[in-house]
Ligand binder design. Structure first.
Ligand SMILES: [Zn+2]
Length: 116
């Protein structure tokens, strides 16, 4: 659940101003990505490798998406450019998600007060 402002503490005009501000500030990033950025250290299959003594290989960076119950898409981000793009896309998605959650909270509160 995304945290939002405490809408019940704001007046109706304040809620409406915040709503207008949210709507005017919404920009859809063309590169947004709904995913997680995961860093992992791994062991390999070699019997006497240093990773067997706790010095794991890595870090490796992955983009991980939940596609539904029990379905996950995961792939290695091989280059620094891919990693930067993934982090920026994920951040853009989270920012939009926070704005949508706050807009929903405001609209719910306005509905509850009968002030729509
Ligand atoms: Zn190894």
């Amino acid at each position: 659940m995304v945290k939002t402002v405490a809408v019940h503490e704001l007046t109706v005009p304040a809620l409406q101003r915040r709503k207008a501000s949210l709507l005017s500030g919404v920009r859809l990033s063309p590169d947004l990505v709904r995913a997680s950025y995961v860093r992992q250290y791994l062991t390999c299959g070699k019997k006497n490798c240093r990773c067997r003594r706790g010095f794991k290989h890595g870090p490796f960076f992955y983009l991980v998406q939940c596609l539904g119950t029990g379905r996950v898409r995961k792939f290695l981000l091989k280059t620094p450019a891919q990693r930067r793009q993934a982090r920026a896309g994920i951040a853009a998605h989270l920012k939009l998600q926070r704005r949508l959650a706050e807009l929903s909270e405001i609209n719910t509160e306005l509905l509850r007060r009968g002030a729509v």
